[in-house]
Design a protein around this ligand. Structure first.
Ligand code: TXE
Length: 482
C-alpha cells in the first residue's frame, strides 16, 4: 500500500523531518504501510493553513456548509465498502462489523448533522421590550484527536459538526489506525474542499497530539481516548482557556435484574460485552446479576459467548476479530492473569496461551472472549478499564447493592439495565452515576442525544445541539425594540 502522508493546506506531504512509522495489520502482524512521524513543525504548518482558511470557511452560509456535509456523506456512502475494508485491515475488527458500524456510522454522522442543522433556528429570548438573539460564530481552528477503536466513526463524529459550525480543522488520528483518516482526507481533496479547511497530521500522541493541544491558535480541543491521556490534555489546555471536550475511558456496568427475560436479552448482553472485542468505551465489562438468577444466567451467558465466531476478520461470518495490537493483547492478558490472582474463576476464554484462537496467524493479536466469575466487585480487575474481550460476573442481593456496585468505580460513562419492567429499569437508571444508560438495549444511538461521561470518563457532551454548541462561540445580542 502507498505510504500514508499528511494532508496540509490541500496537499499530501511527508513529515518535515522525513521520518516515518509503520502501521501494522493486527490480525496478521504484517506491516501495511508507513505514515509520517510528524512533529510540532508539521502541526504549526497545518495550523497556519487552517488559520488562513478560517475566515472564508466561517463566512460561508450554514446552508452552504450543510451542502458540503451532504456531499461528503454521499462520497463516503459510495465508498462504504472501501472504508469498511480499510478499517478492518487497520484494526483487526471483523469486516461485517466494519461495514455495519464503522462505515455506516461515518456516513450517518455527516448526514445527521446536515439534516439536524436544517431544523435548528436561532434561539431568542424576549423580555423588557427587547429581543435577545443567541448568535453562534465559529470557534476558528479546532483540534480533533481520536483513538484507535472506532477510527473513522469517531473522527467523522467530530469533523461533521466542526465543519458545519464554520471551523477549520487540525486532526490527528491514532498512530495505530491512520488508514480511514487518510481516506477521509483523500475524499475531501477529491471533492475540492477548500485547502486548509481540513488538515490531517499523523504521528505519535506526545509529538503531534501534544503540539495540537499546546498550539495557541487552536482554540478548541475535542479528544477521545484514554483517561490517562485525557488528564495530560486537560492539564495542557486548561491554563490556555481552550474549549475542551473529553470522552475518555469507562468500566461500564451491565445490570441484570431478577425479572429479566434471560433468553430474550442474551444476544444483547453478548453484544454489549464483546462488540469490537470489547474495545468500545460503551461496552459493559462488569455484569451485575441478581443472586436469585445468577447460576442460570451464568450458564446461559457462557454458552452464548462460546457460540461467538472468533477468528479471521476478513471472513463475513466472523463476529470477533483480533484486538488492536500485540501490546494491547499483552495488556488484556495481564488483566486476565490478575483476575485469577484476585481469586477469579475462569468460566470461558483465557490468554492466547491457555485458550488460543484457531485458524489464525500466531502473529495476530487474537484473544477468545473471556468471562471471569467469583471476583469481589471492588477488586482491580473489576474496577480498572481493560478495554478488551474480558467481562467479570458479580451477584447482588438486592437493588440497593446493585446500585452501590454499579457506581463503585472511578468511571462514569455508560451502563445498561435489563428487566421485564421498563419503569423499574428507568428508575434504576436514574441512580447510575454515568452519562448514558440503556434500558433493555445497548448502543441504541439517537445522534441528537447528549453523549459523554462523568468522573474519570470525561468532561462535556457531544451529539446534536451539544456538538453544535461545543464547536461554536456564543454572542448574546440584545436588541431593544422601538
Ligand atoms: O488512547 P490514547 P489509546 C482507553 C483504553 C485504551 C487506552 C489507551 O483503555 O487502552 O485508552 O488507548 C493521542 N497529547 N481508550 O492508546 O493513548 C493518541 O495518539 C495529545 C478508550 O487509543 O489516549 C491518540 O490519537 N494526544 C477510548 C489519542 O490521543 C495524545 C478509546 C488517543 O490515544 C497524547 C480508545 C498527548 N500527550 C482507548 N498521547 C474511548 N473512550 O473510546 C496520546 N495522544
Amino acid at each position: 500500500m502507498e505510504p500514508v502522508l499528511n494532508y496540509i493546506n490541500g496537499t499530501f506531504q511527508p513529515a518535515a523531518s522525513g521520518h516515518t512509522l509503520e502501521t501494522v495489520n493486527p490480525a496478521t502482524g504484517q506491516v501495511i504501510t508507513t505514515v509520517p512521524r510528524s512533529a510540532a513543525r508539521d502541526v504549526a504548518d497545518a495550523t497556519q493553513a487552517a488559520k488562513a482558511a478560517a475566515p472564508a470557511w466561517g463566512a460561508r452560509t450554514m446552508e452552504e456548509r450543510i451542502e458540503w456535509l451532504e456531499r461528503i456523506a454521499d462520497a463516503l456512502e459510495a465508498e462504504a465498502e472501501t472504508v469498511a475494508q480499510l478499517e478492518s485491515l487497520d484494526t483487526g475488527k471483523p469486516i461485517a462489523l466494519a461495514r455495519r458500524v464503522d462505515a455506516a456510522r461515518s456516513v450517518a454522522n455527516f448526514r445527521f448533522f446536515a439534516t439536524y442543522a436544517r431544523e435548528q433556528t436561532v434561539q431568542t429570548f424576549t423580555a423588557h421590550g427587547a429581543i435577545n438573539h443567541v448568535h453562534r460564530s465559529p470557534v476558528g481552528v479546532v483540534g480533533l484527536i481520536t483513538p484507535w477503536n472506532l477510527p473513522l466513526y469517531l473522527l467523522s463524529w467530530k469533523v461533521a459538526p466542526a465543519l458545519l459550525m464554520g471551523n477549520t480543522i487540525v486532526a490527528k488520528p491514532s498512530e495505530l489506525t491512520p488508514l480511514t483518516a487518510d481516506f477521509l482526507a483523500k475524499t475531501l481533496d477529491r471533492l475540492e474542499l477548500p485547502p486548509g479547511v481540513f488538515n490531517l497530521v499523523h504521528g505519535y500522541g506526545p509529538d503531534v497530539g501534544q503540539a495540537i493541544v499546546e498550539h495557541p491558535d487552536i482554540r478548541a480541543i475535542s479528544f477521545t481516548g484514554g483517561t490517562a491521556t485525557g488528564k495530560i490534555v486537560a492539564a495542557t489546555a486548561a491554563p490556555m482557556f481552550k474549549k475542551l471536550s473529553l470522552e475518555l475511558g469507562g468500566k461500564n456496568a451491565t445490570v441484570v435484574l431478577d425479572d429479566a427475560p434471560l433468553d430474550d436479552i442474551m444476544d444483547g448482553l453478548v453484544r454489549a460485552s464483546f462488540t469490537n472485542s470489547g474495545q468500545v468505551c460503551l461496552c459493559g465489562s462488569r455484569i451485575l446479576v441478581d443472586a436469585s438468577i445468577y447460576e442460570t444466567f451464568a450458564t446461559k451467558f457462557v454458552s452464548a459467548v462460546e457460540a461467538l465466531t472468533v477468528g479471521d476478520p476478513t471472513l463475513d461470518e466472523t463476529q470477533m476479530g483480533s484486538v488492536i495490537s500485540k501490546d494491547h493483547q499483552a495488556k488484556v492478558e495481564s488483566y486476565i492473569r490478575l483476575g485469577l490472582e484476585e481469586g477469579g474463576v475462569l468460566l470461558t476464554g483465557g490468554t492466547s496461551e491457555t485458550a488460543p484462537v484457531d485458524g489464525v496467524s500466531t502473529e495476530g493479536a487474537f484473544l477468545r472472549p473471556t468471562v471471569l466469575a467469583n471476583l469481589d466487585a471492588s477488586c482491580r480487575t473489576a474496577t480498572e478499564e481493560i478495554f478488551g474481550p474480558v467481562v467479570t460476573l458479580h451477584a447482588f442481593a438486592n437493588e440497593e447493592e446493585a446500585v452501590a456496585m454499579a457506581n463503585n468505580t472511578e468511571y462514569g460513562l455508560a451502563g445498561s439495565v435489563w428487566t421485564a419492567d421498563t419503569a423499574r429499569g428507568h428508575a434504576f437508571a436514574q441512580r447510575m452515576e454515568t452519562g448514558i444508560v440503556w434500558v433493555n438495549t445497548w448502543l441504541n444511538r439517537d445522534l441528537r442525544t447528549p453523549f459523554g461521561g462523568v468522573k474519570q470518563s470525561g468532561v462535556g457532551r457531544e451529539g446534536g445541539a451539544w456538538s453544535m454548541g461545543f464547536f461554536s462561540e456564543i454572542t448574546n445580542i440584545c436588541v431593544q425594540q422601538p
